[in-house]
Design a protein around this ligand. Structure first.
Ligand code: ATP
Ligand code: MG
Length: 284
């Protein structure tokens, strides 16, 4: 079964019913050292992804194909967005990748519509774009902190649906992934950030405030995912307590999407025999 079908958010999806330590779709052959198996598969799928990406890029550069892919990553702190970018997206050619992270809006960003900074960060034709956090922060945070009236948050859901549907119709395949971790796993990861000098820079004291609102955030995710998982731009929930499964699942999600797009190398209108002769100095 396609990994997309296993992880897609549908009408009845209950986030609380998804075990963050589960490994949906992991094949039987992965028995034994599953971590090692997954790492090897991610490398193999990564090589195929790079080949597909090369075609997508070439088709846009020369062939006029406007298609592009946007991976939207959302998670609680320590959910593994950075690791996913490193391990999965890191296998692509950086020339055709654009990764953009979204933090607390700046004063300038606040003066604009919440989708303003998002539109400016969209991938160009042929690119694979990655949003490390996204416009979904603008419906999650205000709901949890109660800084926007519920009807205005609902209006934003509608604006997001319309915006993303427009992208899909314009050749931008939006792949929305929530990396779903458990509070125990988060605690583990945040403690590691404090213990490991190479990770301490990632620790943000405000992460504890968000952690203390865990249930509220889960409810906000549930509401946002349900309201914005559409046929054109569905959400996928990736159980992410196990990093190796997370990487395997996201790599396969992207692989399925790119295989379906089936980008083709352009066949430029060239007289190849004549060009060869010119290169060899046998024609002008
Ligand atoms: P990690 O998951 O590794 O901790 P991170 O994504 O939290 O990384 P940071 O730069 O530490 O990266 O945090 C970004 C912060 O910006 C998050 O707390 C997020 O909730 C916040 N943020 C992003 N967009 C918005 C928004 N539109 N409104 C309010 N807060 C936002
Ligand atoms: Mg953080």
């Amino acid at each position: 079964m396609a990994i997309r079908d296993l992880l897609r958010v549908a009408a009845g999806t209950d986030l609380a019913g998804i075990d963050p330590a589960s490994t949906p779709g992991l094949p039987r052959e992965a028995r034994g050292d599953r971590k090692l198996w997954a790492r090897q598969r991610v490398a193999e799928v990564g090589a195929e992804l790079a080949g597909l990406q090369d075609r997508l890029f070439a088709a846009a550069k020369v062939g006029g194909d406007r298609r592009r892919v946007l991976l939207v990553l959302q998670a609680m702190d320590g959910g593994g967005k950075d690791g996913t970018v490193k391990n999965v997206i890191g296998q692509l050619n950086p020339q055709g990748v654009r990764v953009v992270g979204f933090g607390v809006p700046t004063d300038q960003e606040r003066r604009h519509h919440f989708l303003w900074r998002i539109r400016r960060a969209l991938p160009l034709a042929g690119y694979v774009g990655v949003f490390n956090r996204s416009h979904y922060e603008d419906v999650l945070v205000p709901r949890v902190l109660d800084t926007l009236k519920p009807e205005l948050i609902h209006r934003r859901y509608g604006q997001i649906r319309e915006f993303e549907c427009g992208l899909a119709n314009d050749g931008c395949t939006v792949v929305k992934v929530m990396l779903h971790i458990s509070p125990d796993e988060q605690l583990d990861r945040l403690l590691k950030r404090l213990d490991d000098p190479a990770k301490t820079w990632k620790y943000n004291p405000s992460d504890v405030d968000a952690r203390n609102l865990w249930q509220q955030y889960q409810e906000a995710y549930q509401a946002a995912l349900t309201a914005t998982s559409t046929v054109e731009t569905p959400w996928y929930v990736v159980p992410a307590d196990r990093k190796w499964y997370r990487d395997w699942a996201v790599a396969n999600l992207l692989h399925e999407v790119l295989v379906e797009l089936d980008p083709q190398y352009p066949q430029p209108d060239l007289d190849i025999a004549h060009e060869k002769a010119r290169l060899l100095g046998k024609a002008s």
